[in-house]
Write a protein of this length. Structure first.
Length: 131
């Protein structure tokens, strides 16, 4: 099995906290990884154009054969996280926090991102402040 390439974000502004993952989110990710039918090396966090506001977060299982040379790979509490370099620098600078929340009968991963300018009414998509 291929070991994940470890590339830490070296070109972030000095002192930039980047993407932070709470213990609740780590617990949720760990449970999801354990349930996967094919053993993933970790989780890929991304962003795609979608929704009524412009962008939405995308999470998927990460496998060695799908790793790209432009990926940052880092480990948080024994979970490997992959993020495309361009996405990391554009969307996660400044201390974005991934959290798992339960509110009433709803539960899921949520991102608190200081770069978000506007969100749609349902909270699924967003725009950036610098766009």
């Amino acid at each position: 099995m291929n070991e994940p390439m470890i590339k830490l974000p070296t070109d972030l502004p000095t002192g930039d906290p980047g993407l932070k993952i709470t213990s609740n989110a780590l617990g949720h990710l760990r449970r999801s990884l354990e349930k996967a039918s094919k053993k993933p090396m970790g989780i890929r966090v991304g962003v795609k154009k979608a929704g009524c506001s412009g962008y939405e977060y995308v999470l998927e299982y990460a496998y060695p054969e799908n790793q790209k040379p432009v990926d940052y790979a880092f480990t948080v509490d024994e979970i490997t996280v992959l993020v495309d370099k361009e996405i990391y620098l554009k969307f996660f600078k400044g201390g974005t926090v991934m959290d798992f929340r339960k509110e009433g009968i709803n539960e899921g991963l949520q991102f608190d991102n200081p770069n978000v300018g506007n969100q749609c009414g349902c909270g699924e998509s967003f725009t950036l402040t610098d766009e």
